[in-house]
Design a protein around this ligand. Structure first.
Ligand SMILES: Nc1ncnc2c1ncn2[C@@H]1O[C@H](COP(=O)(O)OP(=O)(O)OP(=O)(O)O)[C@@H](O)[C@H]1O
Length: 342
């Protein structure tokens, strides 16, 4: 894959504090890359360095193969959309979208056709003459996208673009941005702290923590195989069991998703990788599923107290429901058990 942009050993410090440390990252051309992680992990600083608003303390940033480390933002040919759309209230939608083209001194006729094309792409051609304040949040978001796309940027940078939208619209806009990316072939870098958004939208997701990349890859690579406990927890894994002597080198913890735990009475099924005696401590009914909480005593030498486990099981009408106090075996097949380093 060709890299549209590259971070080569990029560090950014603020005083003694390292916001981004020795970052090496390729942004593949014509794909959506998301920077994902909790608040303060350095996502925005990384995006701002790519945009040219924050200079790296050391290291090199290349855009389209050229050293862009010291290039000012306006020379990088980037489109940006922020959380706040920053539309000009006194201008029509069309003038908002055409603003960057005017700055670039694109002749009026071409400007008109590129504005129309960008508005069609986001499905707002019919609102060209409106003022932004007459539009819904979702429509304003699309205007901001159209404005960023109209300049035909070599990179489209989106910083938490969906976080001001209500939940339903947010989910719609995920698919919408994917469609726009597929139709234009743009290279997109998206910052988010929402793992569902990243899983749905990314070609490549980059998980960050405290200024460092913890893991990167496609959602299909990362989600089933989190590299460490931080990534697993961030992606919503809940069950963490001491790995014990049978684990590979370096693995200290095993994890299994709630829907992959099997609850049985008596012996674990043949070939199970994990088999723990446990007591049912709680049960919640959620439509066709049952959410069980269980307590499994630790093996001697692996710490104090019980390990709490969460299992999602399908209702089985051939038998009575599990009840608090039931003694069971919690089991998982080898293909569902992920070994984690700390
Ligand atoms: N101009 C600055 N001066 C001092 N510290 C800064 C500055 N900008 C960012 N930081 C610090 O760098 C760290 C990373 O910030 P950054 O905004 O990149 O994180 P983030 O992952 O985008 O978080 P959020 O989702 O909250 O925006 C934070 O601890 C922040 O306080």
């Amino acid at each position: 894959m060709t890299a549209a942009a590259q971070f080569i050993d990029v560090t950014r410090t603020f005083g003694d504090f390292t916001a981004v440390g020795s970052l090496n990252l390729d942004i593949p051309e014509g794909r959506i890359t998301t920077l994902l992680g909790p608040s303060g992990c350095g996502k925005t600083t990384t995006l701002r360095m790519l945009a040219g608003y924050t200079a790296p303390s050391s290291g090199t940033i290349r855009i389209a193969g050229k050293d862009a480390t010291r290039l000012p933002p306006e020379k990088r040919n980037l489109g940006m959309v922020f959380q706040s759309y920053a539309l000009f209230p006194h201008m029509s939608v069309a003038d908002n979208v055409g603003y960057g083209l005017k700055l670039r001194k694109i002749p009026a006729a071409e400007r008109r056709s590129r504005v129309a094309e960008a508005l069609d792409l986001v499905g707002l051609g019919h609102l060209a003459a409106q003022r932004p304040r007459k539009l819904s949040g979702g429509q304003q978001q699309r205007v901001a996208l159209a404005r960023a796309i109209a300049i035909r940027p070599s990179l489209l940078l989106l910083d938490e673009p969906l976080s001001n939208l209500d939940a339903r619209l947010r989910v719609q806009m995920r698919a919408e941005i994917r469609r726009i990316q597929a139709e234009t072939g743009l290279t997109v870098v998206l910052v988010t702290h929402d793992q569902d958004e990243a899983l749905e939208m990314s070609d490549v997701m980059v998980l960050m923590r405290a200024g460092h990349v913890m893991q990167s890859g496609s959602p299909a690579e990362v989600f089933p195989r989190p590299a460490n406990r931080f990534v697993a927890e961030f992606l919503g894994y809940e069950n963490f069991v001491p790995a014990g002597p049978a684990a590979s080198d370096g693995a200290t913890t095993l994890t299994v998703r709630p829907e992959h735990l099997e609850i049985v009475q008596g012996e674990a099924p043949d070939g199970a990788r994990l088999a723990l005696p446990a007591t049912v401590t709680g049960i919640a009914y959620r439509g066709v599923d049952r959410h069980l909480t269980l307590a499994a005593p630790r093996v001697k030498g692996e710490g104090e107290g019980d390990v709490t486990l969460i299992a999602t099981v399908r209702a089985d009408h051939s038998r009575a429901d599990w009840r608090p106090g039931d003694q069971v075996t919690v089991a998982a097949r080898p293909e569902h058990v992920v070994e984690l380093a700390d």
